[in-house]
Write a new protein. Structure first.
Length: 367
């Protein structure tokens, strides 16, 4: 779908001449554009996003979370700069609409938000070095730590987002309905998932028993959701804040393991390339504990290896569910795209299981 980006941007508090707007990034859910303005001879970039309200049913609450979190972290960064002027830590800066709201609705009802483009930093879809892994994990750990004293509870933008038993129940419903007539193609994947049914409720059960503490978490810590500073090579800014809400820190670390340890793309069709690289896991673990270790208790730390397996399995469940439902949630570029994504996740789960004892020993040694 095409949007009149110039018209939308004219409703935000941005001055200068609109030059161009182009699609940006590789996200599955929202439509994202980089828009460029000439502001008195200075070229300035912004990110404009159309929020997918089929996924985020209460976008106003989403933006309340967004503003609260970026404001809270922004204040901490300003305090940090008083002591360390050289700091490169940054946060997303929301651009308000001309009516003061943090969003704009166009004539068709589309929900847009805008923030300042973070210059001189980039993301990586696949981590290339252990230092990149360490820096990204440290950035997410600092992000969680910075929000540990956030007053009040955030809105749940997607209820039960990382409730793995709920995700499994949705898969079983999709199996019963078989809307797209694809069930006969996925027997090995289903068998693999169902064999691990008992593990899906482990974290939820511990939370219900009061042994794990609810915290403010990002809930979508793909490694391409942290910007790496071009100058210093350090993680400088956490992005994609749509799913910030109450959750367990394991959801964040688990998704780092899922996205940061395999050299293969999320939709790789050659499964021989999918493996958990132990040196990457070690770098992620050390980086995350450097950022978040101060507020994690011993039980939380001990469950970090398991979280990598659980979240990888959960995302595999979600991809398979969407495949059976006819590709209604994730964007796809080919008929088998979601099935390919599912298979990479399950192969990664298998690789994690093969190295699980070593992962636990390392975690114990660092706790």
């Amino acid at each position: 779908m095409k949007y009149d980006l110039n018209n939308v941007m004219s409703q935000f508090s941005v001055y200068g001449e609109y030059l161009i707007g182009v699609p940006y990034g590789t996200g599955h859910i929202n439509d994202t554009f980089q828009v460029t303005f000439d502001q008195g001879g200075t070229i300035v970039h912004y990110i404009l996003q159309r929020v997918n309200t089929n996924v985020f049913r209460k976008p106003e609450e989403l933006m309340e979370n967004f503003v609260r979190v970026t404001g809270h972290i922004g204040r901490k960064i300003r305090e940090e700069r008083k002591l360390h002027p050289e700091t490169r830590h940054r946060t997303l800066e929301v651009v308000p609409a001309r009516d003061g709201k943090p969003f704009v609705r166009d004539a068709a009802g589309n929900f847009f938000r805008c923030y300042v483009f973070v210059e001189n930093a980039r993301t990586y879809d696949i981590l290339e070095t252990t230092d990149q892994a360490y820096q990204a994990a440290a950035a997410f750990g600092r992000f969680q730590a910075a929000l540990a004293d956030l007053d009040g509870r955030l809105h749940e933008t997607i209820p039960n987002f990382h409730n793995t038993p709920s995700r499994l129940a949705a898969l079983e419903q999709a199996v019963k309905e078989d809307r797209a007539g694809r069930l006969k193609q996925v027997a090995p994947e289903l068998d693999f998932i169902l064999a691990r049914r008992d593990e899906t409720s482990r974290l939820i059960d511990l939370q219900a028993a009061g042994e794990l503490t609810e915290r403010t978490t990002h809930n979508d810590t793909k490694l391409n959701n942290v910007l790496i500073d071009d100058l210093t090579g350090t993680g400088c800014c956490v992005i994609d804040l749509d799913t910030i809400m109450p959750g367990l820190p394991h959801y964040d670390f688990g998704d780092m393991v899922r996205t940061g340890t395999s050299p293969a793309a999320e939709d790789e069709t050659n499964l021989d390339l999918v493996t958990m690289r132990f040196p990457m896991f070690e770098a992620l673990l050390r980086g995350y504990l450097a950022g978040a270790g101060s507020f994690l208790n011993p039980l939380e730390k001990s469950l970090l290896p398991f979280s990598g397996k659980l979240i990888t399995l959960e995302i595999g469940i979600r991809f398979l569910t969407d495949y059976l439902e006819g590709d209604v949630y994730f964007k796809t570029r080919r008929p088998e795209h979601n099935l390919d994504r599912c298979r990479t996740q399950l192969k990664l789960v298998q690789s994690i299981e093969e190295q699980y004892d070593a992962m636990r020993k390392l975690t114990d040694s660092l706790s």
